[in-house]
Design a protein. Structure first.
Length: 139
């Protein structure tokens, strides 16, 4: 089994879809790594992961908003393709098994929903649990 773990920020609000009678939450997570090149110049390298979270517990979708910091883990997939400019490119995808909301959501409007951490397991787990005891979360 290959397992991928990422901590990063959502690039846009998630999208909830129904596919063949099952719910999937799609979202993109970006992780930026800062490093120095051989000349000592500071560089940033951003990796995007396209995530598919198959779950019956879609209430978490309201918290998967642009800018939110999340931890996600699951099974990776990579797709190679040729982009519009004719260059070889690739997409990194993950079938999410667990997702955890981290820290405060910069988009929260003071309702407390963006406070603390909360964990959510895929549909194989009957109950999603809150890691920080967030009583205002509906799961």
């Amino acid at each position: 089994m290959i397992k991928l773990q990422i901590i990063g920020n959502l690039g846009k609000d998630c999208i909830v879809k129904e596919v063949n009678g099952k719910n999937v939450i799609n979202f993109s997570v970006a992780h930026t790594e800062r490093y120095k090149d051989s000349q000592g110049n500071q560089k940033d390298r951003t990796t995007w992961v396209e995530c598919a979270y198959w779950t019956d517990r879609t209430a978490v979708a309201q918290y998967l908003t642009k800018g939110r910091t999340v931890y996600a883990e699951g099974s990776p997939e990579a797709d190679a393709y040729t982009n519009k400019e004719g260059q070889a490119s690739a997409t990194l995808r993950m079938r999410v098994q667990n997702v955890q909301l981290l820290g405060n959501n910069s988009n929260a409007e003071g309702n407390g929903a963006g406070q603390g951490n909360a964990s959510f397991a895929g549909s194989s787990s009957p109950v999603a649990k809150s890691a920080a005891g967030d009583d205002d979360l509906p799961f």
